[in-house]
Write a protein that binds this ligand. Structure first.
Ligand code: DGY
Length: 323
């Protein structure tokens, strides 16, 4: 086929944009701003492929409009809960994603949030910046010990396992895991983990509960009142997965009651909007969806999306085909 015409919905790292230009007639959205629903509908009648990303909102009507025109949605990002796979399939549109290349950086971010929340680093930094530090004292900003504590993990795919390795081998943590399917004994043993059946069972044992499951209808509000009620008083929640995995009303209730000791969050239910209640909770460390945000990883994600696109239009099976 001739070079495909493609639309990239958000600005990419320069190296990835350059590589895409070698294989496709690419339109890049510079300046970088979110696509509206109308812009998606216009694009649906115009391009061979669209390269969306995790913060895009594709309107329902996109798929019918794109049927017969758009052949591929080559997503920049591993999560694809913003794409309606059933509608894409029905419209004859293939979908690819970018797994693997963001595993370590996302696990690093989860560990960073865990440490920051446990050791109250955000609170300390704010105090210093406000010129309010009164000096070292035995009871100042006393946090939670990480070394030797128990880490609960929900979702034991690539990123969950990378988090478990960091926690177990780096911080001597005991690891307890919930996963929708049984995990191989060897995989568990590699990070000293044991598997239990339910999220509540993990929560009951965890000093820190870190979420690594996919987003989407199946996991929406998976972490709700029953999980917070099962948690040890003072435990800390870490979420680098998807915002809507957590029921934020239940989260605030657990923070208010003291059941939850704090949280380290990279994702939110209605991002980029932040629920104003977070601002009243100093024990929450808040990051703006930065899990994969390193130069090396963001370039690698772009190169992976391009490779999926190249393979697809060359008539090969793309390495990361989702549908
Ligand atoms: C993804 O790829 O799904 C991440 O959320 C982006 O960091």
């Amino acid at each position: 086929m001739a070079r495909p015409s493609v639309l990239v919905t958000r600005a990419w790292p320069a190296a990835a944009e350059a590589r895409l230009e070698e294989v496709a007639d690419a339109t890049f959205r510079h300046p970088d701003r979110p696509m509206t629903g109308d812009e998606f509908l216009a694009a649906a009648g115009r391009y061979d492929a669209i390269l969306p990303t995790v913060s895009d909102h594709l309107p329902e009507a996109f798929y019918d409009t794109a049927a017969g025109r758009v052949k591929l949605l080559a997503n920049y990002g591993v999560g694809f809960n913003h794409i309606d796979l059933d509608r894409a399939r029905a419209a004859g549109i293939a979908v690819t994603n970018t797994p693997g290349v963001l595993t370590d950086c996302t696990a690093d971010m989860a560990m960073g949030l865990l440490l920051a929340a446990a050791r109250r680093i955000g609170e300390g930094e704010r105090e210093l910046r406000a010129g309010q530090w009164a000096g070292w004292r035995p009871t100042h900003l006393v946090g939670t010990r990480v070394t030797g504590a128990t880490l609960g993990i929900v979702g034991f795919g690539r990123i969950g396992q990378a988090m478990a390795r960091r926690a177990h081998h780096g911080f001597g943590m005991r690891v307890v895991v919930q996963n929708r399917s049984p995990v191989a004994t060897q995989t568990l043993a590699a990070c000293g983990a044991t598997q239990v059946d339910t999220v509540e069972q993990v929560a009951a044992q965890a000093d820190f509960l870190s979420l690594h499951c996919p987003g989407g209808a199946e996991t929406r509000h998976l972490i709700g009142a029953s999980v917070f009620d099962a948690m040890k008083p003072g435990a800390i929640l870490i979420n680098t997965a998807r915002g809507d995995v957590v029921d934020e009303d239940a989260l605030f209730a657990a923070l208010d009651s003291g059941r939850l000791g704090g949280a380290g969050l990279d994702v939110y239910q209605n991002e980029p909007a932040l629920d104003a209640r977070f601002l009243a909770h100093d024990t929450c460390v808040l990051a703006p969806h930065l899990g994969s945000a390193t130069q090396a990883t963001r370039e690698a994600m772009g190169l992976k999306a391009v490779e999926n696109l190249r393979a697809f239009f060359a008539g090969d099976t793309p390495p990361d085909q989702v549908t």
